[in-house]
Design a protein around this ligand. Structure first.
Ligand SMILES: C[S@@+](CC[C@H](N)C(=O)[O-])C[C@H]1O[C@@H](n2cnc3c(N)ncnc32)[C@H](O)[C@@H]1O
Length: 285
């Protein structure tokens, strides 16, 4: 594990796909000193007026089958403060509008897209360890967005932007061709039940879309602690004509030094799960 000083703001409840988060200690209230959080909003009034929008793309862009399940999320006072204060500076609503990555980051450094950063601790550690790489970190999880904004602020990370919404819409509607230098998908929701397998993110259709946005030579890095999903990832990545395995034996890769242990990984390891990393390269057309 990395020995970076970046740590979560507060212990967060385990979040399984589809399960509402249990009560979080430190949840914002109108009695929290220095934080103004309104508990009674009138209908249609945004939760965070200057923060992430609840449904930035609207139903127009939504795919019917999604890789995440929206859930009501409790937001701590610190996360609420970050969402209000830092969203206008570092937040990006995934609303279907074109984005210019140089404009978004204020420089022309390489950009890596991370899909599903969770609470963002690993993202912040990777950003701190490589300030020359920009990380566009996307998730739908509001507490995590607040947590990552706080981590970026507290650790002075100019190279992180926090996307709110479905990464599919970001890839399909908003990013230009050949604009990404890498893609990271760490511990995506495993959707273990057979009837939910169609919700898994790593599928041939997703890889075809991602390939159009990745530069030749860009690395796709996936990791999972769910072995049947790891096998599926290996199978679909190996079969896809736009990607080649970086491993000479065509198998899983050792965890690269730059990837810290993630929150979900820790939970999987506690249960005795085996973690597999996959490192594939976008081939030249
Ligand atoms: C199991 S969590 C893993 C979080 C983190 N990477 C870790 O290892 O601790 C998967 C995350 O992916 C997010 N997610 C799933 N599909 C997504 C999508 N299409 N766009 C954005 N985020 C997505 C979920 O909201 C969830 O926070």
């Amino acid at each position: 594990m990395s020995d970076s000083p970046i740590t979560p703001e507060a212990p967060q409840p385990t979040a399984n796909p589809g399960e509402p988060a249990p009560h979080a200690p430190g949840e914002a209230s109108e009695h929290t000193p220095g934080v103004s959080v309104r508990h009674s909003r009138s209908k249609g009034e945004p939760r965070f007026p200057d923060g992430p929008k609840p449904d930035p793309a609207g139903s127009h862009f939504e795919r019917r089958i999604r890789s995440f399940q929206p859930r009501r999320s409790r937001v701590t006072a610190g996360q609420a403060d970050a969402l209000q204060r830092l969203w206008p500076k570092w937040g990006l609503d995934i609303d279907g509008r074109d984005i210019d990555l140089e404009e978004l980051f204020g420089n022309a450094h390489p950009v890596v897209l991370e899909i599903g950063f969770g609470m963002g601790e690993a993202t912040a550690q990777m950003a701190a360890a490589d300030l020359g790489t920009n990380i566009l970190a996307v998730d739908v999880h509001t507490p995590g967005q607040g947590n990552l904004l706080n981590l970026a602020d507290q650790n002075g990370l100019p190279n992180v932007r926090v996307g709110n919404g479905d990464a599919i819409i970001l890839l399909r509607e908003m990013l230009a061709s050949d604009s990404l230098d890498g893609l990271r998908v760490y511990f995506p929701d495993p959707w273990p039940k057979k009837r939910h397998h169609k919700r898994r993110l790593i599928q041939p259709e997703f890889l075809s879309l991602a390939a159009t946005r990745l530069k030749p030579g860009a690395i796709v890095h996936c990791a999972t602690d769910w072995e049947p999903y790891a096998e599926q990832m290996l199978e679909v990545l190996t079969a896809h004509p736009d990607f080649e395995n970086t491993q000479a034996d065509g198998g899983f890769a050792p965890r690269p030094d730059y990837r810290p242990l993630t929150r979900f990984e820790g939970q999987g390891l506690d249960k005795g799960h085996v973690v597999n990393d996959l490192l594939f390269r976008r081939v030249q057309r």
